[in-house]
Design a protein around this ligand. Structure first.
Ligand code: ZN
Ligand code: ZN
Length: 351
């Protein structure tokens, strides 16, 4: 039995680690796996090349990545400026911003884990240019780039893609990280994330993979079973500041992480992947260290980590697993994708 609480220095909150709960009996729902036998091109997919989208636009016969404005944007530069008045205690304002979609490749079934490192580098360059372009818009305070992957996190279209929300406000998680990083820098003269990297490197048990300039690890204070951070070793405020060599190292580490995820249960591994980049509101964020965070919803094959009383009701996480054990599991896995090892034949989980 473990009854331990760990402090999350980026969110400034306690995480309860109760690893003995992982094997408690479960008679509730289990999640369906994602479809593994998808075609290379799907005539009904609104992201495949040459197909018609809901807006009526026809996708070009793109060869690498494809970026377009979301047909159902949650924020828009065309948001009406006039809104209904509110009582004094309430506030509202136009949801001003830009929402885009980035298809990783023209191939309907080629996930991030199956792209080769060169293609991932190209994708990172697209994220860099999108960040630069959108961050430069006067009304944009932040650029959130994220991928929701798998039916478990509510994705209806399996064609590998990510989304970009460039908004007139800074998302809460980033705002908090920016605040605590800034305070840490003022109080100690050090970069908070560098102190985290130093702690992880001196412990070493939770590091998944590292190379010259990039590193991936399950943090000491992880909230999810397979929560992985991927970061450059040098501090940069955003992905846009990485040089060519760092970009390549970062792509290699990112690739190994997503391959290991799929290899874990020999199935496409669902996750929410978010780029944590400094706000783009013109202030100084020299204490902010760009990184990617993966929040995979599953703690066992087909068994979701439900967010309930502690998380939704109380606002703190109860982790059912030990970060050290989960990191050991991921470290032990091969870094070649199981589909490649099977010579292109994929087998369902459990076979
Ligand atoms: Zn498609
Ligand atoms: Zn973060």
């Amino acid at each position: 039995m473990t009854w331990e609480e760990r402090w999350h220095p980026l969110r400034e909150e306690w995480v309860i680690v109760a690893a003995h709960r992982q094997d408690r009996p479960w008679s509730g729902n289990t999640m369906a796996s994602d479809e593994t036998n998808l075609p290379d091109h799907d005539a009904d997919c609104y992201l495949c090349p040459g197909n018609r989208r809901v807006s009526g636009a026809i996708n070009p016969e793109y060869a690498k990545t494809f970026v377009f404005d979301n047909d159902h944007p949650c924020v828009s530069r065309a948001a009406p400026a006039k809104l209904p008045p509110t009582p004094a205690i309430y506030q509202n304002r136009p949801a001003n911003g830009v929402a885009r979609v980035v298809c990783y490749s023209p191939i309907h079934n080629l996930t991030l884990a199956e792209l080769d490192v060169d293609d991932i580098v190209e994708l990172l360059k697209i994220w860099q240019s999108q960040y630069r372009e959108l961050a430069a818009l006067p009304e944009i305070a932040h650029v959130l780039i994220f991928e929701n992957k798998g039916v478990t996190v509510g994705v209806s279209n399996p064609h590998p893609h990510c989304q970009i929300y460039a908004t007139n406000f800074v998302f809460q998680t980033i705002e908090k990280e920016a605040q605590v990083s800034d305070r840490h820098l003022r109080e100690t003269g050090r970069i908070l994330f560098q102190d985290i990297l130093e702690a992880e490197q001196s412990d070493d048990r939770r590091i998944i993979i590292a190379n010259e300039s990039a590193i991936a690890f399950i943090p000491y204070f992880a909230r999810y079973a397979y929560e992985v951070f991927v970061a450059p070793k040098e501090t940069h405020e955003s992905l846009a500041d990485l040089c060519a060599a760092e970009l390549r190292d970062f792509a290699s580490v990112l690739k190994v992480v997503v391959v290991k995820f799929d290899n874990l249960w020999r199935m496409p591994f669902p996750y929410v992947m978010t780029l944590h980049q400094a706000p783009a509101d013109g202030r100084n964020y020299s204490g902010f260290h760009f990184h990617i965070e993966f929040h995979p919803p599953l703690r066992k094959p087909n068994l979701i980590k439900y967010l309930a009383g502690p998380e939704i009701g109380g606002g703190n996480f109860l982790s059912d697993t030990s970060p050290e054990q989960k990191a050991e599991e991921l470290r032990a896995l091969p870094d070649v994708h199981y589909k490649l090892r099977d010579n292109g034949r994929s087998k369902p989980v459990g076979e």
